[in-house]
Design a protein around this ligand. Structure first.
Ligand code: HEM
Length: 305
């Protein structure tokens, strides 16, 4: 298996930075992005060596629209845009971004060093859309107070779920990434009883147990995103991180997949639900402000750019 970029598979870090970028017009800018992207793994390794215990990891990813601009001969089989959708008064918008720089470690200063180094090398070829610093909250909880990431695949299954394999050999070791920034309405959330919050998520709050089928509503988040097909559960590898300050806060949702389809199916069931009008009631307490789809090429592919 061709190695993925370092930030794709390992478990959540304590701090992460998500920097979305748009490419400026012109061939020079495109050439610069290509050349600098190829150097991201090396730049990352250099800074990681300053403190190996901090486990600095990185990935750079490209949108479907920018792929052609970069002048690459072949393209990942399922690379496409973010599936914007609306339903029941809730929107999942597709927003602008050509590339993502994703950096994480136990040290925000090292994350800062790497994002600064990459942006300095890009030297004006891109515009930063947004730079979001995420943090691990308590014992890996979302700021709603619920543990996030429990049912993520583990061990070898992480690569199985997240990485392209022999079905698209030129892109093996790459990954389809969906990124959404959600802003939570914490005042509204905090006014709900813990019982109601548990009905919205579908798990218990303190000890993170899944509610039994007979007491878990169809509108619970878990009920919406657990989809079985031919006896198998559809899976993605989530690397989401809380972010925020006193003015706005929420979840930077990030999901890696071997194909984009599983994520798209989950999103559809959250927003559009089914004919009977069922949608994910978590959406009554959070709003998606951004939505992007990227491909994260394998490390080897990137270095040959
Ligand atoms: C504000 C946004 C979101 C919040 C706060 C949130 C929170 C949670 C929480 C607390 C869990 C339960 C613990 C766990 O297994 O991780 C969970 C599970 C999960 N979420 Fe979300 N989530 C959000 C958005 C999404 C989106 C957009 C998707 C996909 C389209 C998604 C897919 C999943 C999946 C697949 C699971 C695991 C279900 C299982 O196997 O039991 N989530 N989420």
């Amino acid at each position: 298996m061709t190695s993925p970029q370092s930030a794709v598979l390992p478990d959540n870090s304590r701090h992460a930075s998500f920097v979305t970028l748009t490419l400026k017009a012109g061939q020079d800018a495109a050439n610069k992005l290509r050349a600098v992207a190829a150097r991201v793994p090396a730049l990352s390794d250099e800074i990681a060596a300053l403190d190996t215990a901090a486990e600095l990891l990185s990935a750079i990813a490209f949108s479907a629209e920018v792929w052609a601009t970069l002048g690459l001969a072949t393209r990942p089989a399922h690379l496409r845009g973010f599936p914007a959708m609306s339903g029941h008064g809730h929107d999942a918008p597709a927003t602008a971004a050509d590339a993502l720089l994703y950096v994480r470690s136990a040290r925000p200063d090292l994350n800062f060093m790497l994002t600064q180094a990459v942006l300095a090398e890009l030297d004006g070829a891109v515009t930063v859309v947004e730079h979001i610093d995420g943090f691990r909250y308590l014992d890996s909880r979302d700021i709603t107070g619920f543990v996030d990431g429990t049912e993520n695949p583990e061990g070898d299954e992480r690569a199985e779920v997240a990485l392209v394999g022999d079905e698209d050999p030129d892109f093996a070791g790459g990954s389809y990434l969906h990124l959404m920034r959600f802003v939570h309405d914490m005042n509204k959330w905090n006014r709900q009883s813990v019982h109601h919050q548990e009905q919205v998520i579908g798990r218990t709050k303190t000890d993170d147990q899944e509610l039994d089928d007979d007491i878990r509503p169809e509108t619970a988040h878990i009920s919406r995103v657990v989809i079985e097909e031919d006896g198998e559960e559809l899976e993605v590898l989530r690397q989401s991180m809380p972010y925020g300050d006193t003015t706005r806060a929420g979840l930077m949702f990030a999901a890696f997949g071997r194909r984009p389809d599983n994520f798209e199916r989950m999103l559809e069931r959250m927003y559009r639900g089914e004919l009977n009008g069922t949608y994910d009631h978590l959406l009554d307490f959070t709003r998606a402000e951004t939505g992007n789809a990227f491909f994260v090429p394998a490390r080897g592919f990137l270095e040959r750019l």
